[in-house]
Design a protein around this ligand. Structure first.
Ligand code: ATP
Length: 631
């Protein structure tokens, strides 16, 4: 079957195609039809029976291979074939070919050839790329715009959420933005600030009232000299005319590497500065008090040392020598000491000697003698108290004697008078080496040496169930007993001389001399109140003696002198003497025990001691009342 094409139809079809196109009859190598664009490239007008091979510049064999490929595959393209234009110029092109009709038996095919000049093709491609870029550019710009809008919104949110005040200024010092915190801290609104020179609004004066010139302003400096400025003590002025203390950082900002102004981040530190000021004042006050306390302490220590300088254990009797030996032995240790002896025999003098000869002498010797009657008061005096009076506020601390003695020595007088509960608590403290204030929750470590004293026979108190046996064992590590003055009369002259010189020094009086007679009288006296009583007598004598001689009055003791002439008295006789002396004293004071005019003062003993003696010796009211009534 032979095929044919309606040339007319083909021409019309080809003409609508803008690119060079022609139809080739392969059998006759004839261009059947070519559109105007193709004719413009090859030959125009197209001669009847124009042979396509005439336009091929390159090897014709290459074109035949290409046609075979087209017929075989139905379509193909190549850039290997160069054409010659009607002017004789070479036309570099891409030829795209497609089989329109094929009759293998007749070895004929009609093939459509599209000729794309490479120069135009690349122009097209460039144009296409440009269009594509243009299209994509617009889309990209839109994306960028959305992105920046989003970013700006987020930045605004961040700026407004920030706790610090933040504002920006341009290079003219005009505010460009102000975040919410800044507006709230300053009271100025966005309308008040943005576009205006912010220095004139919030930063115009110092607190002392002097003008803050813009040329001195660190914020201006930050963008003039392009440096970050940190200021920690400045003021910004609020809309209500009040200043707030601020600390701020001013950082220069750039737009496309060109200085655009500065951003200022600030904090209201008014309250902090106030607290710092208060703290500083409080610390200064504390330092002042500490200095004063140290001075007072130094002064008191000096006074105590001076006072204690007169508190040596005086005497040469064998019992006093023995006492010295014991003190020397026990002082350097930290062992507890239990000192027993009648009142006024020098128990506190011994405690002092032990302390001053120990390694603790640089720390205080605290004397504890509870004057309180109630158990809780005694407990607080000894262990301290931590009170939270105003609930929630810092508790008020009161240090007890035991805490004050930390590192030093605690001397407990009349230890037998401590209530049993407190005795047990004290025992616990000594065993554990820690204590707790009343009302406190925390234990504190304690390093204390305890020296306890008693006028009573402690073993007897233990047997009577009035004193804790365990505490007795804990304290009785090194017992020392103080011998009454009547058993060491040899010491009386030394004591008289010593006590007289101490008294005169204190009274700032010339020291009178003691006649032999007076010394004998003093030596022979029974001294139921021991050295304490002797001291009182000597002090009184130092006051009343106006002349050169010491005039001694032994008060109610005259009645006892006859008895005191006896060389040895029994313990019972001694007790009777003491009893009679107390009754006499009570008679003189009409039963008054304490106070300056009380019987205790007259006897030179503590009221508590006198009370316990009255009880122990079973002295009844009628005894001194009857006597009183008899006069
Ligand atoms: N051996 C001594 N050497 C020097 N002074 C002494 C001596 N013994 C006692 N004294 C003096 O007597 C006074 C009373 O002594 P101290 O207070 O030590 O007695 P005490 O036994 O502790 O009495 P009390 O049991 O009543 O507390 C002291 O102030 C001290 O001046």
């Amino acid at each position: 079957m032979d095929i044919s094409l309606n040339d007319q139809d083909l021409s019309v079809l080809l003409e609508v195609i803008p690119l060079p196109m022609l139809v080739l009859d392969t059998k006759e190598d004839r261009v059947v039809s070519a559109n105007v664009a193709a004719r413009r490239v090859l030959v125009d007008p197209l001669p009847e029976g124009f042979r396509f091979s005439a336009s091929i510049k390159s090897d014709i064999a290459e074109f035949i291979v290409f046609l075979d490929e087209v017929i075989h595959r139905g379509s193909a393209w190549t850039r290997k074939i160069a054409l010659t234009s009607q002017n004789g110029f070479p036309v570099e092109c891409e030829i795209r070919a497609k089989v329109i009709a094929h009759d293998p038996d007749a070895q004929r095919a009609f093939i459509g050839l599209l000729i794309l000049e490479l120069s135009e093709l690349s122009q097209h491609e460039n144009q296409f790329e440009t269009n594509r870029l243009h299209r994509e550019g617009i889309v990209g710009w839109k994306h960028a715009e959305e992105f920046f809008a989003e970013l700006e919104l987020q930045n605004q949110l961040i700026l407004n959420a920030a706790g610090e005040g933040i504002y920006g200024v341009n290079t003219q010092g005009q505010a460009t933005f102000v975040n919410r915190a800044a507006q709230e801290m300053l009271g100025w609104t966005l309308e008040d600030l943005v576009g205006n020179v912010i220095h004139d609004i919030i930063h115009h004066h110092h607190t002392d009232g002097s003008v803050h010139h813009a040329h001195d302003c660190p914020i201006y400096k930050s963008f003039r000299f392009e440096q970050v400025m940190r200021v920690d003590d400045d003021v910004f002025w609020k809309k209500d005319g009040k200043p707030i203390q601020v600390e701020y950082v001013s950082t220069p900002i750039y737009n496309q590497k060109v200085l655009a102004g500065a951003v200022i981040v600030f904090r209201d530190v008014t309250e902090r500065k106030l607290n710092e000021k208060k703290l500083l004042e409080a610390m200064n006050e504390v330092a002042e008090l500490r200095d004063r306390l140290e001075q007072e302490n130094a002064y008191l220590q000096l006074e105590i040392t001076k006072e204690r300088a007169h508190h040596h254990v005086i005497g040469r009797s064998p019992s006093i020598q023995q006492l010295h030996a014991k003190i020397d032995l026990v002082a350097p240790t930290s062992a507890p000491v239990l000192i027993t002896g009648e009142t006024g025999t020098g128990k506190s003098i011994v405690a002092n000697a032990i302390h001053t000869n120990s390694l603790r002498k640089g720390r205080p010797l605290i004397r504890f003698k509870s004057g309180s009657v109630s158990r809780t008061a005694i407990e607080a005096e000894l262990f301290g108290r931590s009170e939270n009076a105003n609930g929630g506020e810092r508790p008020q601390m009161i240090s007890g004697a035991i805490e004050l003695a930390h590192g030093g020595t605690l001397y407990i007088e009349n230890v037998c008078e401590l209530p049993l509960e407190i005795q047990n608590k004290l025992l616990g403290v000594l065993q554990d080496g820690k204590f707790k204030r009343i009302g406190d929750t925390q234990f504190k470590n304690l390093d204390v040496r305890v020296i306890a004293a008693s006028t009573s026979n402690v073993e007897r108190e233990v047997s009577a169930g009035r004193f804790s046996e365990e505490l007795f064992l804990a304290l009785n590590v090194f017992p020392i007993s103080c011998i009454p003055l009547r058993d060491r009369k040899d010491d009386i002259p030394d004591l008289v001389t010593h006590l007289l010189s101490v008294a005169c020094e204190r009274l700032n009086r010339p020291e009178p001399y003691v006649t032999e007679r007076t010394m004998r009288m003093l030596t022979e006296y029974a001294w139921p109140g021991n050295v304490k009583e002797l001291r009182n007598v000597i002090e009184r004598a130092a006051i009343v003696s106006r002349g050169e001689k010491l005039i001694v009055e032994l008060g109610g003791a005259s009645g006892l002198r006859a008895q005191s002439a006896k060389t040895v008295r029994t313990e019972h006789e001694m007790q009777l003497e003491i009893r009679a002396n107390i009754v006499m004293a009570l008679k003189e004071t009409q039963g008054k025990v304490s106070g300056k005019t009380g019987a205790a003062a007259l006897l030179g003993i503590e009221p508590t001691t006198l009370y316990s003696r009255i009880k122990k010796l079973e002295i009844e009211k009628r005894e001194w009342q009857v006597l009183d009534g008899g006069l």
